[in-house]
Design a protein around this ligand. Sequence first.
Ligand SMILES: [Zn+2]
Length: 280
Amino acid sequence: MHSLKLGGFELSIFSDGTYPLDGGAFFGVVPKVMWSRKMPADDKNYCTAGLNSLLIRTGKQTVLVETGLGNKLSDRMKKFYGQPGQLLANLDAAGISPEEIDIVINSHLHFDHCGWNTVRDQNGKIVPTFPRAKYFAPEGEWQYARKPSERDGISYIPDNYDPLVASGQMTLLKGGEEIVPGISVKTFPGHTAHMQAVIARSQGTTACYISDLIPTTAHIDLTWGMAFDLYPLQTIESKKEYYSQSIPQKWLTVFTHDPQTPWAYVEKDEIGKMVARPVR
Ligand SMILES: [Zn+2]
């Protein structure tokens, strides 16, 4: 299991499993001869994408960042993505029950980031998976999700968030809020207009769940963005802004979709190339 101490916080990665993602969608305009050296593809051009949630124990609260694909995909979507659905089992294996989660934060509301927010009970009613938790998500993202474009409408499943907003269990964020002491959000536009990274700070050390701005260690180069990004030029600007803080301040970067390396320190080497230094 991936765990480490960040000042007074304890950070752990819990995976919802992996799912197949088309290599062209994953790497946008980057030629396959380049990306396939970093991430292998199968004979149908599918790469294996991870679904990494970050659990933060602050000493007072237990905070879960992102909730994977969940178990409510339609049959059509299951054909593309399968149904890994391992997050709750992986939490349970570490002795963590859904009742223990105090806070759930979604960086954005694409279906592969908030799937376990809710489940269907025996009567088919949508209920919160984490009954005691306060949920948080970007307000702009939720507004957009109500009327998404033709291009990305398939990425939003209202059952993942609408019932929580309606019941008052989900708080919508403007960006920049501190949710509990040491854990805050910051908007990095590019992948979507309102995606928020989650930043954890304790005793002078910082970790950042950068979400789909830098989905894997293969995406650390400024120009290696996903084809899914709605605003690719903003992705580049947001990455520059992120690195201008994260590199000099030695932040730990958490990668939402990396199947092997869920976190690393992103640095610039002597010739200015971005490298992901593993956590020892
Ligand atoms: Zn996304």
